[in-house]
Design a binder for this molecule. Structure first.
Ligand SMILES: [Cu+2]
Length: 162
């Protein structure tokens, strides 16, 4: 048991100092809590911004022109040009940017049904097609040089707008 002589009572100044120190600690803790709360709020807002941001941003889809080739036992060659990927899915209201790189085939003049878009993909070049997916549906991207099996196709892709 500690013995405190009556003539050595804790003096007032010391107890005041102790109080000030505790108050500083309290302020420090409070400051950290405010910073943590501010960060949590900031992080949450950023998350919300990125979620709503996807609808406003442009969706870029990369495609290439590809080719299937086979030789039959009788030596006959089969060939089909394709868009790859053959199906792309976007959300209604999204701004879409198709970036199509010509890999196989010298030239692919194309149209996108229902969107009134036309263009051409040349070998070794990149063609950009931008549009806003205003209406839901399935829109075909058709190569006018290779539209069916009789013409080295079917080089038809599908843009699905949900
Ligand atoms: Cu083609």
């Amino acid at each position: 048991m500690a013995y405190v002589p009556s003539h050595r009572k804790p003096n007032r100044r010391a107890s005041v100092r102790l109080f000030v120190f505790k108050k500083k600690q309290l302020l420090f803790i409070l400051g950290i809590l405010i910073l943590a709360a501010a960060y949590a709020l900031y992080a949450r807002q950023e998350k919300i911004a990125s979620v709503t941001g996807t609808a406003l941003d442009t969706r870029t889809i990369h495609m290439v022109t590809g080719e299937f080739k086979a030789t039959l036992p009788d030596g006959k060659q089969l060939e089909a040009y394709r868009w790859d990927p053959g199906t792309v899915i976007v959300r209604k209201g999204e701004k879409v940017k198709l970036s199509i790189r010509g890999v196989n085939g010298a030239s692919h003049p194309f149209m996108i049904e229902g969107l009134g878009l036309k263009g051409e993909v040349k070998q070794g070049e990149e063609t950009i097609v931008s549009f806003k997916a205003d209406k839901a549906g399935i829109f075909r991207i058709i190569c006018l040089a290779h539209p069916d099996a009789a013409h080295g196709g079917p080089m038809i892709g599908y843009i699905v707008v949900n």
